[in-house]
Design a protein around this ligand. Structure first.
Ligand code: GDG
Length: 473
């Protein structure tokens, strides 16, 4: 088969699929399932449409499992390559640096651990291992698209080996102001690492501006704010605002599937036709889940009839379960839900339904269709795809979106009910107002929201970004 002139090589820490045991099958059969999370939700459709290779780190647990592309499920439309990291390097790179230091600081939240040099060496080693894997599966004509904060040294490592390569990097999470970024002792290495790319993408203008500010105050590169370009080692690097979106056609088709419609009706019956407030998140302390639960508790507390009229469904996907801060958050959420359900259940009606697992996409979309209000309240979030998926799935119109002003999505979805998630009283009032609205009253705003989300289709996001890479002089 003739090879695309520019093959697409996507590089990210976690891969798009994991293999899990088939329920109830004796003899240990395994099946491939798509990993939850925004990065995979965005890039899997792109690679399926365009073909190419996805390079990611192999999970230690998966090391001896059958290769995902030959065992179970649909055949894969693209290739996968894995980077094997030793346990020590893998843990220090992923947990020690990426999760414990970079994740909070880039979200403008205080780090949960001390900043220390030991794991940083492993971050460098891991980025080097990714560079070797990418060089092995690609050739110099390819488009290499590096994803996210785990791999910020990789662009410069690739550039060193292939001065003419086309390299992009995309930041799925926020970029903070230089006052916070400067906490990282490796700030210069990080910026130099990123400047190995040709195009650096951010979800919003404020993240891109923050990044340029960091460059001008921390690095030595020549920064042109009006053109959003940087001169570095004889090359020009472009900094672009590239808001991610969702696969609109795919989601709408799924939402219109009669089986999804039937499931949405079943969800309504199961909650005795109470109005549904829906939360969907990876379990993460940036997502503002306790704040949202406390706000719903206030709704229940302030009006006795609320428990007969409303139910909250909270879907939470397990995430980073081996990290202490995440385990503690899970316990806090379990306790809160237990307390609220204990206190406000009446006549067999439980106020909060809690689903702690990764649902198949059709079931998730059925929940979006069934929900009268979606509540998305991150304390800080790069973009937030759940907000967009909710609007896309509302094919019959109607439905209210309560959205944190600290999600990147708030820059694009101004017709949502925007809230400050730290202000639990006002959040409770907004949820109360949203639940009290009739479907007809929510229609105009949802119409505008759907139009905004349609403009941000994920395929367009990828096409625009890759066009920029291809066009590089
Ligand atoms: C990062 C940034 C940015 C959730 N539960 C289930 C499920 N999900 C899917 C959702 C959605 C994705 O996970 C979550 O995406 P988000 O964007 O909300 O959040 P992060 O995972 O933190 O993603 C974020 C994103 O990257 C993209 O750049 O927007 O700001 O933090 O797609 O649908 N999917 C399935 N079952 C579930 O139970 N199938």
């Amino acid at each position: 088969m003739p090879r695309n002139r520019h093959q697409l090589v996507v590089v990210s820490n976690r891969g798009p699929y994991r293999t899990v045991p088939v329920a109830g099958k004796r003899g240990g059969g395994r099946i491939r399932v798509r990993a939850a999370g925004g990065l995979v939700a965005a890039l899997d459709p792109v690679l399926r449409a365009r073909g190419g290779v996805w390079v990611s780190a192999q999970d230690a647990d998966d090391a001896n499992q059958p290769r995902p592309d030959v065992e179970g499920g649909e055949p894969l439309e693209y290739k996968m390559a894995t980077v094997a990291l030793s346990r020590t390097v893998g843990e220090a790179f992923y947990q020690g640096v990426s999760n414990a230091m970079l994740w909070p600081i880039l979200h403008s939240l205080p780090p949960t651990v001390g900043i220390s040099p030991t794991p940083w060496n492993h971050y460098e080693t891991a980025n080097r291992a990714f560079a070797e894997a990418v060089l092995e599966v690609s050739d110099p004509r390819d488009l290499v698209w590096v994803q996210d904060f785990h791999l910020m040294l990789l662009p410069a490592m690739l550039r060193e080996a292939r001065p003419k390569a086309r390299i992009g990097w995309f930041c799925h999470i926020p970029w903070p102001g230089d006052d916070l970024f400067k906490i990282l002792p490796w700030r210069r290495q990080i910026l130099d690492g990123l400047l190995g790319a040709d195009v650096l993408g951010f979800h919003t203008k404020s993240y891109a501006d923050n990044f340029m500010g960091c460059l001008s105050r921390v690095g030595e590169a020549q920064v042109d704010f009006s053109r959003m370009t940087v001169r570095h080692e004889g090359r020009t690097v472009r900094v672009v605002v590239a808001p991610i979106g969702v696969p609109v056609d795919e989601l709408q088709t799924l939402a219109a599937d009669p089986r999804v419609t039937a499931r949405a009706e079943k969800i309504h019956r199961q909650v005795d036709h109470r109005r549904i407030l829906l939360g969907v998140d990876r379990l993460d302390y940036t997502k503002g889940i306790p704040q949202r639960l406390r706000a719903f508790e206030q709704v229940l507390k302030s009006d006795r009839s609320a428990r007969n009229r409303y139910v909250m469904v909270q879907i939470m996907v397990p995430s980073r379960t081996d990290v202490q801060a995440y385990r503690e958050l899970k316990q806090e959420i379990d306790r809160l839900i237990g307390d609220i359900n204990g206190r406000y259940s009446s006549a067999g009606k439980v106020p909060i339904q809690y689903i702690y697992r990764n649902l198949p996409l059709d079931k998730l979309v059925a929940h979006y269709r069934a929900a009268d209000v979606a509540v998305v309240t991150p304390l800080r979030d790069g973009m937030n795809l759940v907000a967009m998926e909710y609007c896309t799935s509302r094919i019959e119109g109607g439905g209210a979106l309560v959205l944190s002003e600290f999600a990147g999505a708030a820059d694009y979805l101004s017709d949502a009910l925007l809230v400050n998630p730290y202000d639990v009283q006002t959040l409770a009032q907004t949820i109360r107002d949203a639940l009290a609205m009739t479907a007809d009253a929510t229609r105009p705003a949802m119409h505008a929201l759907r139009a905004a989300v349609h403009k941000l289709d994920v395929n367009l996001w990828a096409k625009d970004f890759l066009d920029l890479l291809e066009q590089r002089p």
